[in-house]
Design a protein around this ligand. Structure first.
Ligand code: NAD
Length: 499
């Protein structure tokens, strides 16, 4: 159909493959080598990415240091005007960003157009606003001689910040870190995931077009080990690393920064629970859990992979969820009717399918999905899987313990509130949970008992960007969001004045 041609031009000889370059000290640069980026929709080559060498990362860090004093010294209004210009630049090139994000990820236009790109712009606006209205921590202190002292915490930028981001919400999660870093006066080297390099390149173009001073925002493309990621985390002159991605990668980054005792901010994986009580608004709970399991093909760190349902409504709930899963429209990303696109890559599909096989081996009942859809067209070269629901696994099964990061959940019955809390908290992750109940007191009580950074009651993914975001355990270190971001992106100097 026509809309697929907007983006997925079939292999025509004239088709141009985009070249995605590094952006260092205000200039776009080729890399020493390139790697190929393929579409997860139909497998065709869509871009060649210029991998930054160690010398290029070195030059990016040096440029960021040179740019730092002037950037940090700008009046807040001038600095935040730059951020607003970046937000405007994203909005002005909305369609470019949308097509680039969809091209890299295959995510449906309905999702990317409502979530990824608008939030990319909003992140700059929110942190510009925050930087403009920030207050300062201060105390009047009684002194032993009967007089007083004034203490205030003067906050300075952390310095040159390395931002390393994942492929699932590429622009959204990149800007979630770039925006506060810049707002509070830091300069940045950003490294997007090698799987989704396009919107970061567009962001560098927007920064260039908007006249952001050279060296303030640099872009290095590449992989993790023995590539741009590792060159950044082991660099002696980077002052801190803020990272979103897998827990095992977070552990590797911690080891890499340990010799320099660099601060880290980590937003890592999850194995998030939804708790559905018998007194929940049934339809709202089915809707909400369908969203939280299958949104973005299950590739949101906040997605639900474990569902616990109170026994009186268990059978009915599983049946309703399975019906919703089977009815999800899997399709071309540019079709506005599409509700689920492919996974991000064939490689990631191998991982998800390995869990589909493992679940069967561990004794799961496959209530819905469990396989690969067949389209009979170019999408069969893509990375699609079916929305999948399991029941019947023991709570210590690997499929209940390990993050799959695909459109899949397991549903377990429970009998008491205490049991539900215990099951939900029986994980080494600690990112998010959703509680579905009409009982207000129970909603508060259970949400507060969740061992997570984010607990929702009767909703999911509803975000106020001023609130603390992050998790504990294998899910991360620290919180970002609103003034919580200050703690990572600034260093306070406490000034004590005897009065
Ligand atoms: P990943 O850890 O494989 O990669 C993330 C980034 O780290 C990429 O840019 C990658 O190139 C880089 N990287 C990999 N190894 C590195 C190394 N040794 N040194 C430096 N950099 C390295 O993660 P992913 O597969 O891109 O993303 C999916 C994961 O991210 C899931 O586990 C998901 O739960 C998690 N996630 C968490 C949050 C959150 O806010 N908590 C948000 C989104 C995704």
């Amino acid at each position: 159909s026509t809309y697929t041609y907007l983006f997925y031009i079939p292999t025509e000889p004239s088709m141009t493959i985009r070249q995605l370059r590094n952006y260092i000290d205000g200039r776009f640069e080729d890399g020493a080598t390139t790697f190929d980026k393929h579409s997860p929709v139909d497998g065709r080559l869509i871009a060649q990415v210029h991998e930054a060498g160690r010398d290029q990362v070195d030059r990016a860090v040096a440029a960021a240091h040179r740019a730092l004093p002037a950037w940090a010294g700008l009046p807040v209004a001038a600095r935040t005007d730059h951020l607003l210009a970046l937000a405007d630049g994203i909005t002005r090139r909305f369609d470019d960003f949308l097509q680039a994000e969809i091209g890299d990820t295959g995510k449906p236009v309905g999702w990317a157009g409502k979530i990824d790109i608008p939030r990319g712009a909003a992140n700059f606006r929110v942190f510009a606003e925050l930087a403009r209205t920030l207050d300062m921590e201060s105390y009047m202190t009684d002194t032993p001689d009967g007089r007083q002292a004034l203490n205030y915490a003067y906050r300075k930028p952390l310095g040159v910040v390395g931002v390393i981001s994942p492929w699932n919400l590429p622009l959204l999660l990149l800007t979630w870190k770039v925006a506060p870093a810049l707002a509070f006066g830091n300069t940045v080297i950003m490294k997007p995931s090698e799987v989704t390099p396009s919107t970061a390149t567009l962001l560098a173009e927007v920064a260039h077009e908007a006249g952001l001073p050279a060296g303030v925002l640099n872009l290095a493309h590449g992989f993790g080990p023995d590539s741009a990621g590792e060159f950044m985390t082991t660099h002696p002159d980077i002052d801190g690393i803020t990272f979103t991605g897998e827990s095992a990668t977070g552990a590797a980054i911690m080891r890499a920064v340990a010799p320099g005792v660099k601060p880290v901010s980590f937003e890592l994986g999850g194995k998030n629970a939804a708790l559905v009580f018998a007194d929940a608004d049934f339809e709202a709970a089915v809707d909400g859990v369908t969203q939280s399991v299958f949104a973005n093909c299950g590739q949101v760190c906040l997605c639900t992979e474990r569902v616990y349902v109170e026994r009186p409504i268990y059978e009915r709930f599983v049946a309703a969820l399975a019906e919703r899963a089977r009815a999800l429209r899997i399709g071309w990303p540019m079709d506005p009717a599409t509700e689920m696109g492919p996974l991000v890559s064939r490689e990631h599909r191998e991982k998800v399918l390995s869990y589909f096989a493992l679940a069967r081996a561990e004794g799961a009942t496959v209530v819905a999905g469990g396989g690969v859809p067949v389209f009979g067209d170019a999408r069969d070269q893509g990375a699609y899987v079916e929305p999948t629901i399991w029941t019947g696994l023991a709570e210590d099964a690997r499929c209940i313990k390990e993050e799959v990061f695909g459109p899949v959940c397991h549903v377990t019955p429970f009998d008491t509130e205490d049991e539900a809390i215990r099951l939900a908290n029986d994980t080494r992750y600690g990112l998010a949970a959703a509680v579905w109940t009409q009982n207000l007191t129970r909603g508060h009580r259970v949400a507060q008992a969740m061992k997570v950074g984010l607990a929702w009651v009767n909703c999911w993914f509803l975000r106020d960007l001023r609130t603390p975001f992050g998790g504990s355990g294998l899910s991360g270190i620290g919180r970002e969001g609103g003034r919580h971001s200050l703690h990572f992106y600034t260093e306070p100097t406490n000034v004590c004045i005897k009065l």
